[in-house]
Ligand binder design. Structure first.
Ligand SMILES: Cc1ncc(COP(=O)(O)O)c(C=O)c1O
Length: 458
């Protein structure tokens, strides 16, 4: 593509190296430049309006132009634009938010530690759990188990815990002490004739085998998203979490719930841990905590985790960890207002109700020749596309089908994300039935156009 000289597109290509983008094809394709937001919709610099079917990056819960968040930010900026939390310093928004999060926690939690991104939070969790093992004299207990297709971020530790090949290849990852167990995707990973319950039993047995093979006294923690997000919106079988937690309990292994996507209503309850009956020792939060109006993250730890950390910091004289911007007053003020909006407007219940409506309508395409599986919970859903339903196979090149369908959907005014050949939907939690009707109508056209392009009779 040739770009107008000096246009935003030309300057983007000239000066900006993008996250999660093919840096070479970007030089040809150029950027999509979004100019403003309007509720669940965004508008580009040519005036095209899109339903943001991914809430940005799974994150803009309250929509793209919430004046109360802008006002909360401005008010805090004027009063105290920055203060830190090192050396026992604090400020009102951090105190209020820490208290609020502990009150919201679905299981007893003790303390909140603030960070700036999901990756940084997960990285910090691993580091602090190593510190805890040392504090407890368990010098060999340093391994963490995550899952294939799990997503936990991109720093060296969090990318190691992420179970996706493109986060490891050529990055010299994963690091030592990070192991990956199976993904609970029944449609893709179950054996012939295996029921969902049997599949969950097998995954728990495989986890136990891994723990025993590694040596139970070397395994410190298990980290997982309640529902996998970036790995394909994988909703685990109903009995999965009970069986996994029984294994963790047996070997006294900590559970870290990565609630970065699930937290604050996405699954139809305040936390994914509630939706799936998880009892985590650590809960990691980001994204919808501020509806991404400010980079912000945090994790909560229970007493079991906190006490040895406190002792070790006392022995050494300081907890030698923390980030300049952590618990930023503006971010914390936005988070508090955002949580207030989520509660006042009943957005958690809305995610459950409109999410059920979305899935019901996605399921109306079950007989479409391209639709292999529809899955989801709350306002998180995926439609996995195949060319052969029985063989569950897509095009020769994985991702080709999903990419084409997402491009058609985009042409019809809906932003979604192809995850290999699954289309992901995670719209802002403020969406209503009429927004979903628009999405479904665009999806119908996109599926038919995709079928035509791949020579599949409808
Ligand atoms: C479950 C989960 N954990 C961690 C992260 C990493 O967050 P960040 O991109 O803010 O570093 C993400 C991002 O998508 C995520 O989905």
């Amino acid at each position: 593509m040739t770009f107008q000289p000096n246009s935003p597109e030309a300057r983007d290509v000239a000066y900006h190296m993008h996250s999660y983008t093919n840096a070479r094809t970007h030089q040809e394709d150029g950027p999509l430049i979004i100019e403003r937001g309007d509720g669940a919709y965004v508008i580009d610099n040519s005036g095209n309006r899109f339903l943001e079917g991914m809430a940005g990056l799974w994150s803009v819960g309250v929509g793209f132009n919430e004046p109360r968040l802008a006002a909360a930010a401005a008010k805090q900026m004027e009063k105290l634009p920055f203060y830190h939390t090192f050396g026992g310093r604090s400020h009102g928004p951090a105190v209020d938010l820490a208290e609020k999060l502990i009150q919201l926690a679905p299981v007893p939690m003790s303390k909140v530690f603030f960070t700036n991104s999901g990756s940084e939070a997960n990285d910090s969790v691993l580091k602090l759990l190593w510190y805890r093992s040392n504090a407890m004299g368990q010098l060999q207990r340093k391994k963490i188990i995550s899952r294939l297709r799990g997503y936990h971020g991109v720093t060296i530790a969090s990318a190691s815990m992420t179970g996706l090949p493109s986060n490891h290849e050529s990055f010299d990852l994963p690091i030592a002490n990070v192991l990956h167990t199976g993904c609970p995707h029944h449609y893709r990973d179950a054996q012939e004739g295996e029921s969902e319950a049997e599949f969950a039993t097998r995954l728990a047995a495989e986890l136990e085998e891994m723990i025993v093979a590694e040596g139970p006294d070397t395994v410190m923690a298990f980290i997982a998203e309640p529902v996998m997000g970036a790995g394909g919106i994988v909703v685990p079988p109903e009995t999965y979490w009970a069986k996994i937690q029984a294994v963790l309990q047996k070997y006294d292994i900590l559970l870290v719930a990565d609630e970065v996507i699930c937290g604050f209503g996405r699954t139809g309850q305040m936390f994914g841990s509630q939706t799936f009956g998880m009892r985590p020792d650590v809960m990691v939060m980001s994204k919808q905590i501020t509806s991404s109006y400010f980079p912000f993250s945090a994790f909560m730890i229970n007493e079991r985790v906190f006490e040895p950390l406190a002792d070790e910091s006392n022995r050494i004289g300081v907890l030698g960890h923390g980030f300049t911007g952590a618990g930023h007053p503006t971010g914390a003020a936005i988070a508090l207002e955002n949580l207030k909006i989520i509660e006042e407007r009943g957005l958690v219940a809305n995610a459950a109700e409109v999410g059920a409506y979305l899935r019901e309508h996605l399921n109306s395409f079950d007989d479409h020749p391209l639709v292999g599986e529809v899955r989801g919970v709350g306002l998180l859903a995926a439609m996995e596309l195949v060319l052969d339903k029985d063989a569950k196979t897509a095009a020769e090149k994985p991702g080709q089908l999903g990419k084409y369908a997402a491009e058609r959907l985009f042409a019809h005014g809906v932003i979604s994300r192809p995850m290999v050949d699954a289309l992901a939907f995670c719209p802002p939690m403020i969406v209503n039935r009429s927004d979903i009707d628009g999405l479904i109508s665009a999806l119908g056209k996109s599926l038919d156009e995709t079928a035509a392009a791949f020579d599949i009779a409808i």
